[in-house]
Design a protein around this ligand. Structure first.
Ligand SMILES: NC(=O)C1=CN([C@@H]2O[C@H](COP(=O)(O)OP(=O)(O)OC[C@H]3O[C@@H](n4cnc5c(N)ncnc54)[C@H](OP(=O)(O)O)[C@@H]3O)[C@@H](O)[C@H]2O)[C@@H](O)CC1
Ligand SMILES: [K+]
Length: 492
């Protein structure tokens, strides 16, 4: 499992390992350097390692030695040769003793970079704490301008590991090999162009140690598979629940069809689509597996509200008083777990007091704009630290929050799960409605609300990613058609 942490987390893990576990810092550095080196393509040769004076630089000197021991051609550029951290000094001295070519004259840097095939950036890691000034701005500029292939140690130098903001300028890496944790700052969209392909490597610490300091996790296939509730041989449709989808309006009938079909394909035993009277004719034949109900038939609606296992509310309903009234009616007459999306969120934003009725039984699935409306935070405020914004909201209202977007966040106020599946081939209408249907369907099948959000977002993005290998744009229908196949792939 990959954990996410900020600069503070690295400091805490470091000090726990050194002071409580008694692992000397130099051993951690050696492990970091060895595991970093292990990720480098063995066909690469002719490395220039650019080292700072802190422990990131120390990692760089240790990597230089590791590469030399693999018979690679290696040179080192030292940004500073005084006032180094203790472990940096040790590895610097070893490099000198080994006779590795070393340079510290900034006027030679440009030529050095040009004459090497790979630049390893070990200037700053988690210790970067102020804007960059000379000569570091020039060093980083040179790396970016002349580096043919750049691998950053822990963090591209100049990026703040906690926030993802740049210190004025930052290395644009082709690859980043990060230690112990995936840095929280990498999730900030503004950091994306600097990171290249990211890999996280361990430094010899067992997972239970890392877990002490981070409750934020990057979901992977193995984790999602572990959440599976197996289907028993003798199960029948009653075991897989009844999902009620309340969605659609004359302008947006598609949203209703998409959510309902996604719920069916995800495996809900029964799916009923409840729609406004004027949509009934058009939608009653939308899918042979979906039952329909007229929202103006209050007795039928009351009956459904009492017996269903989950309710999806919102897609395509319209952001208007009628939707708000309908939401109030649903909340007054049902205790079922709910997935609230789209216009369901928009009307809740008008009357946030209603969230009180959703405590501990709801997942909200806003995109950034919807989250801004319901949280009262600006998009800029949320974007600065999406994890914190999501966690705070979830805690304030005791709901599960699934904040959609590149690197979707799912949180239950304490634990945070980040989903990295999905890509821009899926950026078109109806995708959110699909996720809503999938999530509600999983809840009906007895997954917890939290697990349903996690599985739903992973599965949804996973299908899109797989399909995008052979198609340019992926539609909601493409996703829905492929749910059963990829669900099986994930779970079995
Ligand atoms: N547990 C783990 O994960 C392990 C992590 N490890 C590694 O340790 C790294 C963290 O090391 P770190 O704390 O020494 O900080 P680092 O990034 O080297 O920078 C500090 C130096 O930069 C300087 N400096 C800062 N800002 C500056 C600026 N704008 N302009 C100029 N100077 C600036 C600052 O100078 P000062 O401000 O103190 O004068 C100080 O000298 C981490 O990223 C990982 O690579 C591994 O070794 C093993 C275990
Ligand atoms: K670095």
């Amino acid at each position: 499992m990959i954990y996410i942490g900020d600069n503070k987390t690295t400091g805490e893990i470091d000090s726990y390992s050194i002071n409580t576990l008694n692992i000397p810092g130099i051993v951690l550095m050696e492990n970091a350097a060895r595991n970093f080196t292990g990720t480098i393509d063995t066909n690469l040769d002719n490395f220039l390692i650019v080292c700072g004076k802190g422990n990131n630089g120390g990692d760089g000197y240790a990597v230089a030695r590791q590469l030399v021991s693999l018979n690679k051609r290696v040179s080192v550029f030292s940004c500073e040769t005084s006032d180094m951290s203790r472990d940096c000094q040790i590895n610097y001295d070893i490099c000198r003793n080994l006779g590795i070519p070393m340079e510290n004259d900034i006027s030679a840097l440009e030529e050095l970079i040009i004459s090497h095939d790979v630049v390893i950036d070990a200037v700053f890691g988690t210790g970067l704490d102020k804007p960059l000034a000379a000569p570091y701005d020039k060093i980083i500029n040179n790396i970016n301008q002349y580096g043919k292939y750049i691998i950053s140690v822990d963090i591209p130098s100049g990026i703040n590991g906690s926030t993802g903001e740049t210190a004025g300028i930052a290395v644009k890496a082709d690859r980043t090999v990060s230690f112990v944790t995936y840095k929280q700052g990498f999730l900030n969209y503004s950091a994306a162009e600097f990171l290249g392909k990211i890999k996280v490597v361990n430094i010899g610490l067992p997972e239970h140690v890392i877990k002490k300091f981070s409750n934020t996790v990057l979901m992977d296939k193995k984790y999602i598979s572990s959440l599976l509730i197996p289907r028993l041989k003798y199960s029948h449709k009653g075991n897989f629940g009844h999902t009620l989808i309340i969605a659609g309006s004359p302008e947006f009938t598609g949203a209703a069809v998409i959510s309902a079909n996604a719920a069916v394909k995800t495996g809900s035993g029964l799916v009923t689509l409840a729609v406004f009277h004027e949509c009934l004719n058009m939608l009653s034949s939308c899918s042979p597996e979906v039952m329909t109900a007229d929202l103006s038939d209050k007795n039928r609606l009351l009956d459904l509200l009492k017996k269903v296992n989950s309710i999806a509310f919102g897609p395509g309903l319209g952001n208007n008083p009628r939707t708000l009234e309908l939401l109030k009616f649903v909340l007054e007459n049902s205790d079922a777990p709910m997935v609230i999306d789209a216009d369901g969120i928009n009307v809740l934003a008008e009357e946030p007091a209603l969230l009180e009725k959703l405590k501990n039984r709801c997942i909200l699935t806003p995109h950034l704009g919807e989250f801004s409306r319901i949280s009262g935070l600006s998009i800029e405020e949320i974007s600065k630290d999406r994890i914190k914004a999501a966690k705070d909201f979830s805690k304030k209202y005791s709901v599960i929050l699934l904040l959609k977007g590149y690197n979707t966040i799912i949180t239950n106020e304490c634990d945070v799960y980040v989903n990295t599946t999905g890509n821009s081939s899926m950026a078109n209408g109806g995708m959110g409605d699909t996720l809503t249907g999938i999530t509600a369907s999983l809840i009906s099948q007895k997954y917890t609300i939290f697990a349903s959000g996690k599985i739903g977002s992973f599965l949804h993005g996973y299908i899109g990613e797989k399909l995008s290998k052979r198609s340019f744009a992926i539609t909601a229908e493409d996703i829905i058609r492929n749910i059963p196949f990829y669900q099986k792939k994930l779970f079995l």
